[in-house]
Design a protein around this ligand. Structure first.
Ligand code: PFF
Length: 454
């Protein structure tokens, strides 16, 4: 998404903003991360808490960010500063989040690129072999090569400014991807044992409910909806007054959540059908180990796998472009660099920052901190430290400093639109969001350092 060079009000059509925001939101978070969070944090119990929080909390956070962006008409740092010059630090932290996420996002993007090529050249059969994924990661150069290629593709798109083109491609691909996921779910459920897995996915068991379930769900919501990273604030600054923020938030939230739920319905039951309950513990590799086995059983599986991974790559790239854009915009602002130089610097810096994460799945897998590998450590920094601080400050500013009537005016555009969820919105922003963010911040840090066990 081209954010810095846009003139105000550049989302000329209403659907433009929704598509751009959905392009950023729908990505690896839905198809790679959501199913493995469900598998790790309790199946149906996690799904239940996720849906509850996404629909009552996630949507309100989208409204808050977009309204804040449109009200101030500024980039994140400028938006926070315009409330009080001292608040610039929160804009800086918001820009730091994608700086941490983009490198590790690219590692997973590299895996998708690798699998895409593997299927395109007809080698899906090998991808379904036991050990294919771990062998790939245990080599030194192979994962680094694919990581580099993913960053290169993203950089080329950002530098040449053809992201608009890719966004259009993604707009056409999204419905196809959606239908494909639904088709795969139907096929997956015919695998013996998958119905048992479906039950695990859909039926909550509240005996498993813990603080951890809420924390994991909230972490995933921010990641999946591209929240607390300055992205929605920036998009908000380009949204015209004629557009209803509330409606747009609902569309973006439902689309993103719908795709996650369907991806989970594909991955979780098939994991259980193929590997049994132990399969749920495969962590970040879950999708890459399970889906090739599903494709392998299908007639025409190689072609289906190829289309699947190419579509997923497109979704990953549109999200990665939006992540890289915010980092580039901030580097341009801080270091007074031109766009091209800033983009190249970000590409090189992100590649270097991504190396420990990628090696953490292979030759550096022994490097652990509080039981986490490098991916765990990077997402710990972004999800449980930086994001809660940014979201906490945002909710306090929107809920308490700016005061309800400013936000009401913004969301209704001076009475043009309805604000049906107004009461819920202010309750969420003033009370629930700050409490939840403090809970995440404090408990996850205490838990990580072994002071408490959750
Ligand atoms: N929301 C994207 C996904 O779910 O894959 C990832 C992402 C994009 C996160 C942009 C953050 C962001 F700023």
């Amino acid at each position: 998404m081209e954010m810095q060079r846009k003139s105000k009000g550049n989302f000329s059509s209403k659907i433009g903003f929704v598509m751009a925001a959905a392009g950023s939101a729908v990505g690896l978070g839905n198809v790679w991360r959501f199913p493995y969070f469900v598998a790790t944090y309790g199946g149906g119990t996690f799904l239940f808490v996720y849906l509850l929080l996404a629909l009552v909390f996630g949507l309100m956070m989208i409204i808050a960010e977009v309204a804040f962006g449109r009200k101030t008409g500024k980039s994140p740092i400028g938006a926070f500063k315009s409330v009080n010059p001292k608040f610039g630090i929160f804009g800086f932290l918001a820009a730091l989040v994608p700086t941490v996420i983009f490198p590790y996002y690219s590692v997973i993007g590299g895996w998708v690129t690798k699998f895409g090529f593997q299927y395109l050249r007809g080698g899906g059969y090998y991808a379904s072999h036991d050990g294919f994924f771990s062998n790939f990661n245990s080599t030194f150069w192979d994962p680094i090569f694919w990581l580099g290629l993913f960053i290169l593709i993203t950089t080329a798109l950002v530098i040449t400014g053809v992201e608009k083109g890719i966004e259009k491609v993604s707009m056409y691909c999204m419905p196809v991807f959606f239908l494909m996921l639904v088709g795969l779910v139907i096929y997956g459920l015919t695998i013996p044992g998958a119905m048992e897995g479906l039950r695990h996915y859909l039926v909550p068991n509240f005996d498993n409910l813990s603080v951890m379930t809420f924390i994991a769900a909230a972490r995933q919501i921010f990641f999946s909806l591209s929240l607390a990273m300055g992205i929605m604030i920036t998009y908000g600054s380009y949204v015209k007054k004629e557009q209803s923020i509330e409606k747009a938030a609902l569309q973006i939230g439902l689309l993103d959540t719908g795709i996650s739920v369907i991806a989970g319905m594909l991955v979780v039951p098939t994991v259980i059908a193929i590997f049994g309950d132990e399969g749920l513990g495969q962590g970040a590799g879950l999708m890459f180990i399970t889906l090739p086995r599903v494709f392998e059983q299908m007639p025409g599986g190689n072609a289906i796998g190829a289309i699947f991974f190419v579509m997923m790559l497109i979704a990953a790239i549109t999200s990665a472009v939006s992540l890289m854009e915010v980092v580039v915009a901030s580097v341009m602002e801080w270091f007074k660099l031109g766009r091209k130089k800033a983009t190249i610097a970000v590409a090189i810096g992100s590649f270097l920052l991504a190396l420990p994460t990628t090696l953490g799945f292979g030759v550096w897998s022994h490097v652990r901190w509080a039981g986490m590998n490098m991916l765990g450590i990077m997402s710990f920094i972004s999800d449980t430290v930086l994001i809660p601080i940014v979201a906490l400050s945002l909710s306090i500013i929107v809920g308490w400093v700016l005061k309800p009537h400013f936000i009401r005016d913004e969301v209704t555009a001076g009475g043009k639109h309805e604000f049906k969820t107004e009461k819920l919105f202010f309750f969420m922003i003033k009370w629930v969001a700050p409490c939840l963010m403090l809970l995440i911040l404090v408990t996850s840090i205490l838990n990580t350092f072994g002071f408490i066990t959750i």
